[in-house]
Design a protein around this ligand. Structure first.
Ligand SMILES: Cc1cc2nc3c(=O)[nH]c(=O)nc-3n(C[C@H](O)[C@H](O)[C@H](O)COP(=O)(O)OP(=O)(O)OC[C@H]3O[C@@H](n4cnc5c(N)ncnc54)[C@H](O)[C@@H]3O)c2cc1C
Length: 408
């Protein structure tokens, strides 16, 4: 693995950093204000977001994800990693460049598994940033970290499929521009364990789709995108909306969740970097007991440990991205699982130290630390809890050594 970034990536890093400094960070406050000025926090998108998107598009900083496709910017996962990290420094960053979750994962699914008609109807507007999407797998009634439990039904009826079930934590479904969901459900309860589920495209305006409520995260509503509980009652969609075919839900999940997971990790590294930057600035500005906070040994230790942990996480992220590019998502599953455990836990530690160094201001919303911590905390659960990834890593490790021990 080569540790230096290519010229192309270095140039894009510079452009993105400048864009973030000139346009994105100064707009964070405006975004919040505009959101609060609307009739409700869910009624519309703060206008500043569309302005920023236009600027990013004009600057050519658009759809930088999407490896192995002519539709993206032609970057590999390894090339995208340091760029995604820069976007992840701001909660509003990824959307500005059309690189936000869950759209990136969903767009990859449509590119790899969608039919031409799906690409025309859903992928094109998603790539243009005209609509948004959500992913509805998790259900309140079953332990969804084991996806074989997913039980919403997808039943064929002539030229249509009928969907019934209740989903929750469909992130992004509160967004007025969210038009399409990729829904996972059971199409054949009698098939082999990993062939019972399918994924199907469900337009959110289909009769029978109802958003029941939006779920807060530690009190944050994450408006205007949010996390929705949705019921599907006798929802009928065209049979051609099934992705890849009946029983292929797990096969698609393998493909979708790899890139989606690593994107989260890349963004978390950016969030941790920003928290460390805030910490370092703050402790040089304020003094207690006659000396700047930065002179306290304990704070220097926080800074050093944060730098060490960020670097470790970044290297493992890059290795996972490199493996995805060179041997494929499936063969990179151990590295993807490892970084999915490492990155949120690392970010939580770094952000928590920054919160502590800020004193009470750290838990307020005057600075991005508290919301950033809340968001990082969800990623120990979202896209699979730590324990499930650890179990997979352990399984792969045990398999490597499943021969009898020899005495020496
Ligand atoms: C902010 C946020 C956004 C989300 N966005 C989406 C989304 O867009 N779409 C979507 O479909 N879902 C989404 N999710 C849901 C998320 O993917 C699930 O919450 C997660 O997969 C866990 O499922 P569960 O909540 O049903 O927990 P359960 O399956 O009930 O598990 C509970 C706990 O059991 C433990 N556990 C589980 N398995 C094992 C094991 N093998 N060994 C040891 N311990 C274990 C873990 O600690 C786990 O946290 C989101 C969640 C959050 C918090």
């Amino acid at each position: 693995m080569n540790f230096s970034y290519s010229e192309k990536v270095v140039a894009l890093q510079k452009e993105l950093t400048e864009f973030m400094e000139e346009h994105v960070y100064p707009s964070e406050k405006t975004y919040k204000q505009q959101l609060n000025e609307q009739e409700t926090r869910w009624s519309d998108i703060p206008p500043i977001m569309e302005e920023l998107k236009e600027k990013a598009k004009k600057a050519g900083l658009w759809n930088l994800f999407l490896p192995e496709s002519e539709l993206g910017a032609g970057l590999t996962n390894l090339e995208y990693a340091p760029l995604c990290e820069i976007m992840g420094r701001s909660a509003i960053g990824p959307e500005v460049f059309n690189c936000a979750a869950p759209d990136t994962g969903n767009m990859e699914v449509l590119v790899r598994y969608g039919k031409e008609e799906h690409k025309e109807e859903w992928l094109r507007p998603l790539l243009d940033g005209r609509i948004r999407s959500c992913f509805s797998m998790t259900e309140p009634d079953v332990a969804s970290s084991d996806a074989t439990n997913i039980s919403a039904s997808i039943v064929r009826d002539g030229d249509e499929y009928v969907i019934n079930g209740r989903k929750w934590w469909s992130s992004g479904a509160g967004d007025p521009r969210c038009k399409i969901s990729i829904v996972m459900g059971k199409s054949d309860p009698n098939a082999p364990r990993y062939e019972q589920q399918s994924m199907i495209l469900v337009p959110l305006d289909t009769p029978g789709v109802k958003i029941e409520r939006m779920l807060p995260v530690f009190g944050y509503d994450d408006a205007p995108h949010g996390h929705a509980e949705i019921t599907f009652e006798n929802v009928r969609v065209r049979a051609s909306n099934i992705l890849l075919g009946e029983g292929k839900g797990f096969a698609i999940a393998q493909g979708r969740l790899g890139p989606g997971r690593i994107h989260h990790c890349m963004r978390l590294i950016g969030a941790a970097e920003r928290a460390l930057e805030y910490l370092c600035k703050r402790v040089q500005e304020r003094s207690t007991f006659g000396k700047p906070l930065s002179n306290q040994g304990v704070i220097q230790e926080w800074i050093a440990d944060s730098r060490i942990e960020i670097e470790q996480a970044r290297l493992l992220t890059l290795k996972a991205a490199y493996m995805m590019d060179t041997v494929g998502n499936k063969a990179a599953k151990a590295e993807i699982a490892m970084i999915k455990v490492v990155a949120p836990n690392m970010a939580l530690k770094v952000i928590d130290r920054a919160i502590q160094a800020f004193g009470a201001a750290g838990v307020s919303d005057d600075f991005p630390l508290a919301s950033s911590w809340a968001s990082a905390r969800t990623l120990r659960l979202a896209d699979g809890p730590d324990e499930v990834h650890r179990a997979q890593i352990a399984r792969l490790e045990l398999k490597k050594h499943d021969v009898s021990l020899q005495t020496v």
